[in-house]
Design a protein around this ligand. Structure first.
Ligand SMILES: Cc1cc2nc3c(=O)[nH]c(=O)nc-3n(C[C@H](O)[C@H](O)[C@H](O)COP(=O)(O)OP(=O)(O)OC[C@H]3O[C@@H](n4cnc5c(N)ncnc54)[C@H](O)[C@@H]3O)c2cc1C
Length: 614
């Protein structure tokens, strides 16, 4: 099927036009078009690359990064708090969006964040009343074999997982000694796993699954599973790829309310078209592009829109603000002589053998997710933690109504005994961020010898950034101010977690897998651990890079508390313009966020259906 064809595009009528055929957009398109009487159009700027091995082979994900065929290739403004560094942000530009190029990890969110969403003013979005149901709904869980379970100290509450959702969550077979050592090391350091992470409560180390089909070993991304060949046959669902939406067409009614009448889109043939909706326009263009489209359409900060000559339709200074990410700090240890952690990425013959194993037997490392993680509470007593948090929040209080509401929730979360404050994730490869801000440096494996990496990310960051139009030209990339580590409390918490990580990696059984006196790339190749708090802060600023969990830029929050969309996903001031992607997260949930994006999009579809039935 040629999804880029535009035949009859303007003459058909659509109840819903969805902008973006990415992770969230295709979930919502699938669910809305389950009702055969509802006509849905999805407009996706990228191509359909579902059959490209760089998309469907999970282990080839990094080969898509910074490739314009798959990646929007965003870069931040220089970050003063990071010594002027810029941060590269990949984002999927292809059918399936970022779920088609991401690292594939499935990490379950914590229940506290969804309960915070509710407390902030979003009734119906709490964990028990709703999100637990949607987490189950989006996935099918395939537990590892008994042999693998034993090897990686796997523990799970299988009744808590999904059994029939479109996204397949699967485990690997080729785990390395480091993976086996991961959970026992944390246990030995006093951090045992306290339950299945899917319950949204647990802490400790665990082996996570990947979004991978257990039989074909292909990537289980939004484009492959929510828009598979069967779904694509639905006569009431049309997906058009290589269709770049420039803006939403808005009409101000006599009562002052604003109606979205359609979109302006440039299709593959270069023609600029206006397509009408009979009912609604739904933005699913991601955390950088959804706010950009709102601003280009006249919804945003009036002074910014005026600078760029865009008539103001709905003034809202919150559009594009409140940008969040977990951010990520990689530490790299040299492994014992004879071990070869990152050899697959360095030795073409090993890569060729892995490809052969994948193609002939669906076996080997390319068809599995080689990462394991851990949720850990900061290494401070309750009193010490409270003093640290209170001191820094008093010195750096919230600056906007949105931050007032959010910091109140974050403060309460930090008060919960043993609520994990950071995530550590292990990768059997080099992840380098001093070499270059770009993926070519980060994934470049440029150090001689063999290394493993553990990345640290804060679960509940206080730092906020923003993203806005750079001009009135839709083709221009938005400006992005990531704000990483800008809030001093984040730097304090990060630095303590980095010191803790050095201690954990010195514990057995992991310690025996690292080279005695070996290099630590994060400590400038020196063999000593980083042990001083100020040194930890210095390397944190030097090494922090995108975790690709950008969210929050069209926050679902009451308008008076700095929101952009309501709990019904409606852009404030409009009758029928909604947003459903990661940009609506008022607070980023812990863990890698695609599980949250899928679950939230499932709920968004139900909200939209309920609204239509009113
Ligand atoms: C490199 C990378 C690695 C990641 N690794 C992981 C991981 O291992 N585990 C995990 O849980 N999460 C991971 N994530 C995060 C996760 O994939 C994203 O948070 C999530 O997929 C975002 O979903 P979304 O629907 O908000 O946006 P997207 O999935 O990015 O979808 C937005 C879609 O809108 C389209 N679009 C944008 N503008 C327009 C326009 N003007 N007109 C038409 N279409 C448009 C885009 O092309 C895209 O397809 C990763 C992300 C990236 C980028």
């Amino acid at each position: 099927m040629d999804t880029s064809s535009t035949t009859g595009l303007e003459t058909e009528t659509y109840d819903y036009i969805i902008v973006g055929g990415g992770t969230s957009g295709l979930v919502v398109a699938n669910r809305l078009s389950e009702d055969v009487s509802v006509r849905v159009l999805v407009l996706e700027a990228g191509a359909d690359s579902t059959k490209d091995p760089r998309i469907f082979i999970p282990g080839l994900a990094p080969s898509t990064y910074w490739n314009p065929d798959f990646d929007w290739k965003f870069t931040s403004t220089p970050q003063k708090q990071l010594g002027g560094r810029t941060i590269a942000h990949s984002m999927g530009k292809t059918l399936g969006g970022s779920s088609a190029i991401n690292m594939g990890m499935i990490i379950w969110p914590g229940r506290v964040t969804f309960d915070s969403w509710k407390a902030i003013g979003n009734p119906g979005w709490g964990w028990d009343e709703s999100m637990v149901k949607y987490i189950k709904k989006f996935h099918t869980y395939n537990p590892p074999s008994a042999e693998v379970q034993k090897k990686v100290s796997y523990e799970a509450d299988e009744t808590a997982h999904g059994t029939s959702g479109p996204v397949q969550v699967n485990f690997g077979t080729d785990y390395m000694p480091y993976h086996e050592a991961w959970a026992p090391t944390f246990k030995n350091m006093g951090y045992p796993l306290t339950g299945d992470p899917v319950t949204g409560l647990s802490s400790g180390a665990f082996t996570s699954g990947g979004a991978i089909d257990p039989v074909s070993k292909t990537r289980s991304h939004s484009g492959a599973v929510y828009f598979n060949e069967e779904i694509a046959k639905r006569p009431n669902l049309r997906v058009v790829t290589e269709a770049f939406v420039e803006k939403v067409l808005l009409k101000t009614e006599e009562d002052g309310s604003v109606t979205a009448t359609g979109v302006q889109v440039r299709t593959k043939d270069g023609v600029l078209r206006e397509i009408s909706t009979a009912n609604e326009v739904i933005l699913a263009a991601g955390s950088f592009k959804s706010p950009q489209i709102l601003e280009l359409s006249g919804i945003g900060n009036p002074s910014l829109l005026k600078i760029h000559g865009i008539p103001v339709v709905i003034p809202n200074i919150n559009v594009g603000e409140n940008l969040q990410d977990h951010a990520l700090i990689p530490f790299n240890w040299e492994v014992v002589d004879g071990a070869s952690a990152d050899i697959i990425a360095k030795d073409p013959s090993v890569m060729a053998a892995a490809m052969e194993a994948y193609q002939t037997a669906k076996a080997g490392p390319l068809g599995q997710n080689p990462l394991v993680s851990s949720f850990i509470h900061i290494d401070l007593s309750d009193a010490e933690r409270n003093e640290l948090v209170d001191t820094h929040l008093a010195a750096h209080p919230p600056q906007t109504p949105a931050e007032v509401a959010q910091f109140e929730q974050l403060r309460q979360i930090l008060d919960i005994p043993n609520e994990p404050t950071a995530q550590y994730t292990f990768a059997p490869m080099q992840l380098l961020s001093r070499e270059s801000p770009l993926p070519s440096g980060i994934f470049g494996m440029s150090h001689d010898g063999y290394f493993v990496t553990v990345v640290t990310a804060l679960n509940h960051p206080f730092s906020r950034g923003s993203t806005h139009i750079a001009s009135a030209n839709p083709a221009d990339k938005p400006t992005i101010d990531t704000g990483y580590l800008r809030h001093p409390l984040d730097l304090e918490l990060e630095a303590r977690h980095l010191l803790l990580l050095e201690k954990i990696m010195a514990a057995e059984p992991m310690a025996s897998l690292l080279k005695p006196g070996g290099r630590r790339i994060h400590n400038y190749d020196k063999p000593e651990p980083i042990a001083d708090l100020e040194d930890a802060k210095k390397v944190a600023r030097e090494l922090v890079v995108s975790n690709w969990h950008t969210s929050g830029s069209c926050a679902m929050q009451p308008l008076e508390k700095g929101g952009v969309v309501s709990d019904k996903l409606l852009v404030y001031g409009t009758r029928n313009l909604r947003v459903v992607d990661a940009s609506i997260f008022p607070l980023v949930p812990r863990g890698n966020i695609q599980a949250s994006v899928f679950a939230v999009a499932e709920k968004c579809a139900d909200v939209i259906k309920e609204e239509a039935g009113k």
